[in-house]
Design a protein around this ligand. Structure first.
Ligand code: NDP
Length: 243
């Protein structure tokens, strides 16, 4: 029996990077998994690459109508939701001088607004014992140069976590946030070897993290093994935020 046997899980951004690793691990642990993303072929390929019960649902989480359709489909298929992991997100660099309104809006529309309205809909399908795992970033606390709007959006996710953990505790629904440091996903596709080496030098464990290492922490926070943990932030960063 897997650690998520009998549970229904929805993972936004489940067709790439951290979301893919989380969905893959959850399906292997026996969950009925739904994954979302905007790119249909990538979504279907991701679902096919996972063993287990995985349903792809195409959609843009910044679109309210799309969100309603997404959660209606989960409700119609599974009847309820036990675990929600919000992995859809963007991170683009821009210094204070270079930050324009479209850059700011892209980050806040997806990383903040969509997180709020996705979690609101997820919580409405949940009952006692359910778990919500949000994805923050250490950029939300350490002040990474050129990631001001991104860092601010992820600081908002930490604030959401604490507030919603308090609000949803009365329904015995837990809310926690994972804050990764640099993780080797398509977000780093463009990074040169020099950039990777420079990053690794800033990390006490001397390397970038792997998506599977974030998935292992997501599994812990989604499962009953963390049944007395809510409102917590877990950094998956090789020690980077501690130096
Ligand atoms: P990826 O770029 O690999 O994945 C991003 C995912 O978000 C994709 O599945 C993408 O699918 C989905 N997505 C983007 N926009 C939308 C949208 N409007 N509607 C629905 N889905 C969308 O990134 P990572 O896996 O690296 O990042 C996942 C999360 O982890 C993000 O929140 C990121 O900020 C956070 N994080 C990542 C770190 C890293 O170093 N990689 C470090 C710290 C935090 P599609 O394009 O098909 O829509």
């Amino acid at each position: 029996m897997g650690r998520l046997a009998g549970k229904v899980a929805l993972i936004t951004g489940g067709n790439s990077g951290i979301g893919f690793a989380v969905a893959h691990r959850f399906a292997a642990e026996g969950a009925e998994v739904f994954i979302t993303g905007r790119r249909q072929a990538q979504l279907e390929n991701a679902a096919t690459a996972m063993d287990g019960n995985v349903t792809p649902i195409i959609g843009d989480v910044t679109d309210t109508e799309g969100l309603d359709q997404l959660f209606s489909k989960v409700h119609a298929t599974a009847g309820c939701l036990d675990v929600f992991v919000d992995c859809a997100g963007i991170a683009e660099p821009a210094s204070l001088e270079d930050t324009d309104e479209p850059h700011f809006d892209r980050h806040f529309d997806l990383n903040v607004r969509a997180t709020l309205f996705s979690t609101q809909r997820a919580a409405s399908l949940m009952s006692r014992g359910s778990a919500i795992v949000l994805i923050g970033s250490i950029a939300g606390s350490i002040g990474t140069p050129s990631y001001g709007a991104y860092g601010a959006s992820k600081a908002a996710v930490r604030a959401f976590t604490r507030t919603w953990a308090n609000e949803l505790a009365r329904r015995s629904i837990r809310v926690n946030v994972l804050s990764p440091g640099p993780i080797d996903t398509p977000m780093f596709e463009q990074a040169t070897d020099e950039v990777r080496a420079a990053l690794a030098e800033q990390i006490p464990l001397s390397r970038l993290g792997r998506p599977e290492e974030v998935a292992a922490a997501a599994l812990f926070l989604a499962s009953d093994e963390s049944s007395f943990i809510t409102g917590a932030e877990l950094c998956i960063d090789g020690g980077m935020s501690q130096v």
